[in-house]
Design a protein around this ligand. Sequence first.
Ligand SMILES: Cc1ncc(C[n+]2csc(CCOP(=O)(O)OP(=O)(O)O)c2C)c(N)n1
Length: 370
Amino acid sequence: MDHQEIYKKKRSARPSDFSDLDFFKDLENHFLEIKELEMSWIEFETPKLIPNKEKAMRLHSLITLTRAIEEELDSAFRAGHIPGTAFFGRGNEGASVGSAFCLQDEEWLVPMHRNCGSHIAKGHPPESIMAHFFGRKDGPSEGRDGNFHMGYRPKNITQLISHIGTTVPIATGLAWAEKYRKTNRAVLTHIGEGGTSSGDFHEGINFASVQKLPLVIIIDNNQYAYKTLLEKQYACKSLILKSTGYGIPGYLIDGTNMILVNYICEIALEMARKGEGPILIESITMRASGHSVYDKFSDYVDMEDMNLWLEKRDPIKRYEQFLINSGIVTEKEIEDSHFKAKEKAALSRDIALKSPFPKPEEMENEIFAD
Ligand SMILES: Cc1ncc(C[n+]2csc(CCOP(=O)(O)OP(=O)(O)O)c2C)c(N)n1
């Protein structure tokens, strides 16, 4: 059997397991908390975690806006407006929005390439995100990048670095600065499960643990690192077990439940702000689209199974079912919220496309210090 055939065989094994992946069963009404060497499964009921209607609707508008923006970006790519590539966080929107929503305005967010929802929740304006992807002057890099190396300084969001893992030491450095300045502010960062195999992940988290820095690290475990499966990425049963090795607390959660993500991140950030040191969270999701716009997902994933999985675990659908079942909002309010999100995303695309391209002579602006 040649390499390609072995690869194909391996891939086709996974999707049929989607509907009953063990960890999702365990994580249905529980999350795992690790403190020192103690592990406890803690039972929760989602309805008890929701605060009030205003927050519930705000979260809904952010998660729907995230999806609407990524859908606009996907169509804009196909229309030739994105000079580079684009990565989307479909399936991960609840984990991005639910976590960044907990940050205070001055606190730093250090996102990865699938955290568009984190940008939105932290306040990065959609037209600026679009302008960034289109390589236009009104984007945060003033058109020097048409890819996902996107940050937004006015809201303390750092720029992405291509080399997976390198953002963890950056988040550690920011958290060190906050501790040194005695600000009581925390830093939130994301990394994929693939990124945890990098040396930088280890160095960053180890230093933060030793120095007891105010850092919350979320591992977005979306089951794939490009085409590498979990069993080729790490040998332990769950990545959260690594928290014990660093001597820091850990939480294993279902990242498709936005309300739970929000609840755990509130706790973790509060612990970090109080000086208790870093906290590791493993958020289990599914990458529900190709690695990037260039990747043909259906070549290696059984789409029928993926759609079955999405029926149950799509973070937006899950959140809406919960809102309706608990009587917090009506179906009409949800429909209106989707309509507004789509309208806003389309408008931001129009605005961004009117922004000029940078001039060649401006290429080195703000790159070198005097
Ligand atoms: C150090 C490094 N090695 C390889 C790559 C190429 N690469 C880009 S994304 C990616 C997969 C990353 O997987 P993961 O960290 O799980 O994040 P995901 O894309 O699944 O969200 C790879 C291998 C890179 N950017 N940097």
